[in-house]
Design a protein. Sequence first.
Length: 144
Amino acid sequence: MFRYFIISWKSKVVNQQMKEPAPIMNIIPTLKDGILTLTLNGRLDTFGAGPVQQVLDAYFNKHPKFIIMDMANVDFISSAGIRVLLITAKEVEGRQGVLALVGLNPYCRELITTTHIAGMLSQFDTIDQAEAFCRGTAPTGTFP
């Protein structure tokens, strides 16, 4: 059983064809009209949270008031990921802005609720809903 676990773990971390480490977190940032949208793909854990924080730090000097995180392809959040969300929420709150999460899967939604940070974040089903809210043309985001 132990041997199987190690083989399974390594198969997820190493790309079998290329023999290179698989990307921990793919991040596509887009800044448009004062709204920073980060499309995330991967795990928002100890390894994925660092790159996300680095991208956010690089864009904070452009003073985005609103940040949208498309998390439709994020399948796991650890305490390190929660920390990034909290730091980001506090940063944009200081600018009278909003951190909006889009496309949370059931596991991530439950984690956000269980850790009692749901009240600090706006959640939406689609990026269009989040953008409309950031522009002031939609009601407050809530869980679907």
